[in-house]
Write a protein that binds this ligand. Structure first.
Ligand code: KG4
Ligand code: ZN
Length: 389
């Protein structure tokens, strides 16, 4: 997979993600002949323009038939928020307003299509930062209103799960999915397209949140996940023995706050004794503790619920340690392991287009009264706004 990167004057990184055509992984704007894939559209094909703005990435993509990405544009604000040690919602919303049109224009142009060729406009409408979500929602509604095309609202986490469909053409529900992002840690049975049963979730911090907080505490800064991942490669995972919480009454639930406190205690103890802590050792030991719990729960769920397919999704799914251990344990337990490329694990609009396709096929249409729902629960079909209402 190729990533064209351009750092803009304001520090925002503009990325265009293109697939490796030889690997035929479907993330590509041009065919081998150099002809735009959109030029070869048959009437039966469905092209979705997808928009994502739930946190600090402004993103737009054109996705064909739910699994083929014709373009995938991401404008990442990470550099702006790094100064503050985390995402500042107000700054995120303002940057989305500034960048979103450019992302959409680039996504259409790279796919070789115009708005006329698009069958539906999809957008993340929750969960996320409300001001950030509203930018994408308003943009999608304006396009749907101006073109008369159908509008589809997508749950952000359902998007993360659907990222698995893009590079794994053979993956079909049912399967188990471990969703681990900055705001969510869920163990889910994907029963069918758009049908989810949550079997476990976090009692306190999300996995990504724990990575971010521990990274800040040990002085690695923001964004914590990738920095701990990198530091852990140089450290000893057995240097510290951190607790792995087990929740008696809900064996698939997670809890990371005890682990986080334990890391903080070690930092304070070292400070009091005037000792210097080895950052890499703490990072490696913390990552090991998180990853072992995540993998343990996911494998156990597959075995007990009787599924032989396991997928991972969300920003933390790009973690090297998690990918390695999950691969090993899946192989040992005869479970097929699916994971998106790292760039499709973190926020992007291609995954929103993938999820939207299956909603579109089911006839789901949102009205122009669609609103952002910052705490939208996973799998909630009640709060959907359908056309005509
Ligand atoms: O899915 P995502 O991009 O946004 C949300 O929907 O939250 O996830 C962001 C989270 C952050 O907490 C970030 O630190 C974490 O994913 N993350 C990682 C890695 N890359 C991103 N955590 C561990 N290892 C990584 N390589
Ligand atoms: Zn996300």
């Amino acid at each position: 997979m190729n990533i064209d990167k351009n750092v803009e004057d304001d520090g925002v990184i503009f990325m265009s993600i293109k697939g490796d055509e030889q690997n035929n992984d479907g993330v590509s704007g041009k065919t081998q002949s150099g002809e735009s894939k959109a030029d070869q559209e048959g009437k039966e094909d469905t092209l979705i323009l997808a928009i994502e703005s739930s946190c600090d990435e402004s993103a737009a993509a054109v996705v064909k038939n739910g699994r083929e990405v014709l373009s995938n544009i991401i404008s990442s604000q990470i550099a702006l928020h790094t100064i503050y040690g985390g995402v500042v919602p107000e700054i995120a919303s303002r940057k989305h307003v500034e960048k979103m049109n450019g992302c959409i224009r680039a996504a259409l142009s790279e796919a070789g299509v115009t708005l006329d060729d698009i069958d539906a406009v999809a957008v993340t409408y929750g969960p996320g930062l409300v001001g950030a979500l509203l930018v994408g929602v308003s943009e999608a509604k304006a396009i749907a209103f101006a073109t008369g095309k159908p509008l589809i609202g997508v749950h952000h986490i359902e998007g993360h799960i659907s990222a698995n469909f893009i590079e794994n053409k053979d993956l079909e529900p049912p399967f188990v999915c471990l969703v681990v992002s900055g705001g969510h840690s869920h163990l889910v049975v994907v029963k069918d397209y758009g049908e989810y049963e949550i079997i476990g979730q976090t009692r306190d911090d999300a996995a990504g949140e724990a990575f971010d907080k521990v990274a800040r505490a040990i002085g690695l800064g923001y964004p914590g996940g990738p920095k701990i991942d990198k530091a852990a490669k140089e450290g000893n995972p057995d240097a510290f023995s951190f607790p792995q919480a087990k929740i008696g009454d809900a064996e698939y639930d997670f809890s990371f706050s005890g682990l986080k406190s334990s890391v903080l205690n070690i930092i304070n103890q070292a400070k009091m004794q005037g000792q210097e802590l080895n950052q890499a050792d703490v990072a490696a030991s913390f990552q090991k503790a998180v990853v072992e719990v995540l993998v343990g729960h996911a494998i156990k769920a597959c075995k007990e619920y009787g599924y032989d397919k396991l997928a991972i999704a969300g920003g933390v799914a790009s973690n090297t340690g998690l990918r390695e251990l999950m691969e090993k344990e899946c192989a040992a337990n005869n479970i097929r392991f699916y994971r998106p490329s790292p760039v499709l694990c973190t926020d992007n609009a291609a995954m929103i287009g993938a999820a939207a396709y299956y909603e579109y096929k089911k006839g789901v249409r949102f009205g122009l009264d669609m609103n952002a729902v910052p705490n939208l629960p996973l799998g909630d079909r009640e709060r959907r706004f359908h056309a005509g209402k």
